[in-house]
Design a protein around this ligand. Structure first.
Ligand SMILES: Nc1nc2c(c(=O)[nH]1)N[C@H]1C(S)=C(S)[C@@H](COP(=O)(O)O)O[C@H]1N2
Ligand SMILES: [Mo]
Length: 457
């Protein structure tokens, strides 16, 4: 695709008055950003790798200039361009043999911002997706309350609304990589995370309406699908089922951001993501964000349901099991380049990635292109928000040699993303959930990129 351009030609194009706006933009913008960070890299090299020089072709009139285009509402609900047909959710055949345990992954390699389009949000069902009529669906709020309520979707939509952008990450994100490299794809190593603008009613509004009794230190949420998925969520003062205090949740106040959402990215929730209403528990493992929500019960104890014992616990190195590791610890990944998106010719590239933390905001991200020997700070793309994906970028001049690229996030609490070695030392090889270690991609001299695990990091 790319035409070889000699550096003389490009230098000339840079110095001469630019004859097209496009050329001026590429000439100055790319040269400046690459030159600023890469010692010895000339503007010419940067431009030569990024674009071919424009000639008389710009004067040729393309076929699309000569026709009357499609009219409005040919497609009543707009869809992506046909040229983007491979930007889709994917599943791993051997991982999801039946509907009862199904997972689809978000194509992180194809997304450019922090918002996941509705149709690409990852999916996780314990018993498949269901279609629920909002006209008949009801949400019960009961248990330790002064006034139990049965709310319709219409009732919820009348209440004061709350909108915020938050990620959802399944704690099994990365689980296939605990023991070694398995998936040569960022879609499969990290695609159980998505991020949306959610709109709904804050749990605190509902708690005020029903008058939650002071002795309640947990609530329990349940879905209306075949799995009736159930999770217990701590309130301040929460103790475990044996009466041991869980002070971490007093500090975290995870319930403060909780909402009952009816909208996602400005439209009604998608059926796959819990239509007509779901719980959103920002910053916590996504299985607590109960879809098709039908019941919230205020209690004094965790209910220790099937889902919070059989699943979602962590093995530690001494064989004991950790329970209630609810928060998604800070994590990050380079989404370009990655095994799904290779490099072509040497020269300037913008390395891009995503970082997130369940404990608040991302503070900074460092990138290494030499397997962790040296780290340099990446640029954070604004906005940087609470319990939300943060995009980062890093200017890089690829010399055409082999490199190992990694990213490492630090969150606002000072927590630093661990290496795989550190994580394995703490949790052994039998763990499954909450794998948030530094991801390494090896860039080969051919430009191909592969998933690697380094023994030292
Ligand atoms: N009712 C119900 N809620 C559910 C689930 C489910 O199977 N049923 N799966 C949970 C799990 S394990 C995850 S990771 C998230 C996934 O949300 P998503 O499918 O919208 O991405 O939903 C959670 N809520
Ligand atoms: Mo999950």
């Amino acid at each position: 695709m790319k035409k070889e351009t000699s550096s003389e030609e490009v230098t000339a194009a840079n110095e001469a008055p630019a004859s097209t706006t496009r050329r001026r933009f590429l000439g100055s913008g790319l040269a400046a950003s690459a030159g600023a960070v890469v010692a010895g890299s000339s503007a010419a090299t940067a431009l030569a790798t990024a674009a071919e020089s424009a000639g008389d072709e710009v004067l040729e009139i393309p076929a699309s200039n000569k026709i009357l285009g499609r009219g409005v509402v040919t497609v009543p609900y707009g869809l992506p361009s046909k040229f983007e047909a491979d930007v889709v959710r994917r599943n791993v055949e051997w991982l999801t043999p039946d509907r009862a345990a199904s997972i689809s992954f978000t194509p992180l390699q194809d997304l450019h911002g922090i918002i996941t389009p509705g149709g690409l949000h990852f999916e996780r069902y314990h018993a498949g997706a269901v279609d629920i009529d909002p006209a008949t669906h009801k949400l019960a709020i009961h248990g330790l309350v002064e006034k139990p309520l049965l709310l319709t979707v219409e009732d919820l939509r009348r209440l004061p609304s709350h909108t915020a952008i938050h990620f959802l990450e399944c704690p099994a994100n990365g689980a296939m990589e605990w023991r070694g490299v398995q998936m040569d794809s960022v879609q499969f190593t990290h695609g159980m995370i998505s991020c949306s603008e959610w709109t709904g009613v804050k749990l605190s509004t509902i708690m005020e309406m029903v008058g939650v009794k002071p002795e309640s230190t947990w609530f329990y949420a349940e879905g209306a699908d075949g799995s009736a998925l159930q999770r217990s969520i701590p309130l301040p003062g929460a103790k475990d089922q044996f009466g041991k205090p869980l002070p971490e949740f007093d500090q975290n106040e995870i319930h403060k951001d909780v909402m009952i959402a009816y909208a996602q990215n400005g439209e009604a929730l998608r059926p796959e993501n819990g239509y007509p209403i779901r719980l959103i528990v920002p910053g916590c493992e996504a299985n607590m964000s109960i879809k098709y929500l039908r019941r919230i019960k205020f209690t004094t104890k965790p209910l220790v349901t099937y889902q919070e014992t059989r699943h979602y616990t962590d093995t530690t190195d001494d064989g004991r099991i950790r329970q209630f590791t609810l928060v998604n610890e800070a994590n990050s990944v380079v989404t370009f380049p990655c095994p799904d998106k290779h490099l072509t010719t040497p020269g300037y590239y913008e390395i891009r990635g995503l970082a997130w933390t369940g404990r608040g905001k991302v503070a900074h991200v460092d990138v290494s292109t030499d397997g962790g020997k040296n780290w340099k700070e990446a640029k954070l793309v604004q906005p940087v928000m609470n319990k939300c994906l943060t995009k980062f970028t890093f200017d890089w001049d690829w010399d055409g040699k082999e490199h190992i690229i990694m990213s490492r996030v630090t969150d606002e609490t000072g927590y630093v993303q661990p290496t795989l070695k550190q994580l394995r030392e703490a949790r052994g090889l039998n763990s499954l959930y909450h794998k948030n270690s530094i991801q390494a991609w090896r860039v080969l001299a051919t430009g191909e990129v592969e998933n690697v695990q380094l023994p030292t990091v």
